[in-house]
Design a protein around this ligand. Structure first.
Ligand SMILES: Nc1ncnc2c1ncn2[C@@H]1O[C@H](COP(=O)(O)OP(=O)(O)OP(=O)(O)O)[C@@H](O)[C@H]1O
Length: 301
């Protein structure tokens, strides 16, 4: 099966500034992909190229087997830009109908799409509300609804939950998760815990260069557990290393240990907990795998 998105040796320069440097990756159907990186890493530049807002300096982008800009891609890929704004004077219905019409939908089809996408984002009862009357979270949902008009196959969301309270952010995540079987999402966010919940693949950009990470915690012959203790000592790390089956241990934060162990070791978690009991250690948390934050930023691995 060919990839839904194929990016090869993509470069983008703004004058002397190399915003993207030889970036290559594939995205397959059904994947939910996180695009992560520090400020200025090139995330928005990459999104803008995928959407066709910017032309690359060199390299190729192939989406669903088509070159960027191919009319056959119209309506297949949509985006929520980071700073998307809506017209405050419009009602939700008018605003979304307008976007539907811009996509070339008939008046009737645009109206049906408006109802469908408002339902998807939980705003079915707000057709006639004015944008100006909406809360920040509701506006964000309208922006996401806009990105879903016409049932695109690929949706790029730049900071979809930024600035939202925890409940609204959770609801937006729920919307994304519920649609992710039919839509391939690429999500850019600084919230690693959020991406961890939603994404199975991670693209990490740093100074225009890309590294890829698989969220699958099983990596060949080894697996990971993250153990957080209530108390530890200077010897704890060495003591964990003594446990049979352990391949490598690193300390990610105060009292938090990332333990790599042999994947064929049966019930290693029980084995580890028995060891904690034997040494009279109390644990706060034992998590299968290692967090995205540790995966990206842990130097000692
Ligand atoms: N139009 C432009 N002209 C000149 N330089 C630009 C332009 N757009 C982006 N850049 C530069 O390219 C680099 C990548 O910027 P980009 O906006 O893609 O980063 P980002 O990862 O989206 O950052 P953030 O997380 O802060 O939104 C930065 O150094 C930025 O200053």
């Amino acid at each position: 099966m060919s990839a839904l998105i194929e990016v090869n040796n993509l470069c983008k320069a703004f004058g002397d500034k190399q915003a993207l440097n030889n970036v290559s990756f594939d995205v397959n159907k059904g994947q939910t992909v996180a695009l992560v990186g520090p400020n200025g890493a090139g995330k928005t530049t990459l999104f803008s190229i995928l959407c066709g807002y910017l032309v690359p300096s060199s390299g190729s982008v192939n989406i669903m087997g088509k070159q960027l800009g191919d009319p056959a891609l119209f309506g297949q890929l949509s985006a929520l830009p980071q700073d998307a704004t809506l017209d405050p004077r419009f009602s939700l219905q008018k605003q979304l109908n307008f976007y539907g019409r811009l996509q070339g939908l008939s008046k009737q089809k645009a109206s049906m799409e408006t109802s469908r996408v408002l339902e998807l984002v939980g705003l079915a009862d707000n057709h006639h509300a004015k944008i100006a009357e909406l809360s920040h979270g509701m506006k964000k949902r309208v922006c996401i609804a806009q990105a879903l008009i016409g049932s695109p196959k690929i949706v790029l969301l730049d900071e979809a939950t930024a600035g939202l309270d925890p409940l609204n952010a959770r609801e937006i995540r729920h919307v994304i998760a519920s649609l992710s079987e039919d839509i391939t999402f690429i999500l850019s966010s600084h919230d690693l815990a959020e991406l961890e919940k939603l994404c199975d693949h991670v693209l990490y950009l740093n100074q225009g260069q890309l590294t890829r990470h698989n969220r699958d915690t099983k990596q060949g012959t080894s697996q990971y557990l993250t153990l957080t203790l209530i108390h530890d000592s200077r010897d704890t790390l060495e003591q964990i290393k003594q446990l049979s089956g352990v391949l490598h241990v690193s300390q990610s934060q105060n009292k938090e240990y990332i333990i790599e162990y042999q994947s064929h070791f049966e019930q290693f978690d029980i084995h580890l907990l028995k060891y904690c009991h034997k040494l009279n250690w109390q644990y706060r948390q034992l998590v299968n795998g290692h967090t995205l934050e540790n995966q990206l930023f842990q130097k000692d691995k």
